[in-house]
Design a protein around this ligand. Structure first.
Ligand SMILES: [Zn+2]
Length: 314
């Protein structure tokens, strides 16, 4: 059971429609804008904030805020509510199952210029949405990613409204579908943290990670997966290599926050990470040796002023 009234109250319809990428203009008690559900040359969408509903005089779409989100994302009632309440894990899991049923059509050719334009606009849209998504910001904070890093790496949040945004910027939805950003009308990255690959400030690829424990943990585009950040490390004195996209972001944080204080500790032979350390019979002793080594190195590193700048790749 859902308390529909309180969901409506918590999600003012005009605000939700605007956040979804529809520009609204006030006209007396009402607001008008271009309808996202049909090709709308003139503003036919009318929003009635006092009645908490909307109606389109062009295509007769209409209803409350739940109907709007449901129609916009091509999802049912329950999933629309989940999206409004901040993409619950359950809805995400169901959505993921549906996407996993699609035959993956991964290609080997790099993205075309038209595809990069769509991916870059998508990264911009999701990055803008991040700053008004408290759940996503809280998750980043929990993972130790600070705002500065999120801004620099154009990290985003898969909030609804991508299709409307792309259309408004004159970009083709079938291009978004072919790279895997849309599945029909459904936005595939909904409710995920978006981590893009930036080349000269432009997003050329992106991946979406679940906020919770849903699967797949990472949703990739139907394009070749790049080595994140590789372009930035060429010619750098020191490189941190991380396993996953999130580890990479974390290392980006470490690199910039610790700077010359960051230290590299060599692990014993046969031990590659903390998992190996835990499994090793001599693990605890090896860990202590690492700490001793790190303490000595830290003393040395603090005396250095000309340490090479650290960059990351994953
Ligand atoms: Zn319409």
């Amino acid at each position: 059971m859902y308390d529909v009234q309180s969901i409506r109250r918590a999600n003012p319809i005009a605000q939700v429609i605007q956040v979804s990428g529809v520009e609204l203009r006030r006209l007396g008690q009402r607001l008008i804008g271009r309808c996202p559900f049909h090709t709308d040359a003139q503003p036919s969408l009318v929003v009635y904030p006092q009645d908490a509903n909307y109606f389109c005089f062009g295509c007769s779409a209409g209803g409350d805020v739940i109907d709007f989100i449901s129609r916009l994302n091509g999802v049912g009632f329950r999933e629309a509510i989940s999206l409004l309440m901040g993409a619950s894990v359950e809805a995400q899991r169901r959505a993921d199952t549906r996407i996993a049923e699609m035959p993956p059509r991964f290609r080997t050719e790099p993205p075309t210029e038209a595809e990069v334009r769509v991916i870059d606009a998508t990264a911009t849209f999701y990055n803008e949405r991040l700053w008004c998504s408290p759940g996503a910001l809280a998750y980043l904070a929990l993972r130790g990613i600070d705002r500065q890093t999120a801004r620099e790496h154009q990290v985003g949040y898969g909030a609804p409204g991508l299709a409307t945004y792309l259309r408004r910027h004159g970009l083709r939805l079938d291009t978004a579908r072919s790279v895997g950003l849309l599945n029909g009308r459904r936005e595939t990255m909904l409710g995920r943290i978006i981590i893009p690959e930036l080349r000269n400030g432009r997003a050329t690829w992106l991946t979406g990670r679940t906020l919770g424990e849903g699967t797949p943990r990472y949703m990739n585009l139907r394009l070749p997966t790049p080595l994140l950040g590789l372009a930035d490390v060429v010619g750098q004195g020191a490189v941190i290599v991380a396993e996953g996209a999130f580890d990479w972001l974390t290392s980006a944080d470490l690199g910039s926050a610790l700077g010359p204080r960051a230290m590299v500790v060599e692990l014993a032979a046969g031990i590659h990470d903390l998992n190996d350390l835990g499994r090793s019979a001599d693990g605890w002793r090896a860990f202590e040796r690492c700490l001793e080594l790190a303490t000595t190195q830290r003393r040395t590193n603090w005396e250095r002023t000309d340490a090479p700048q650290t960059r990351q790749a994953a």
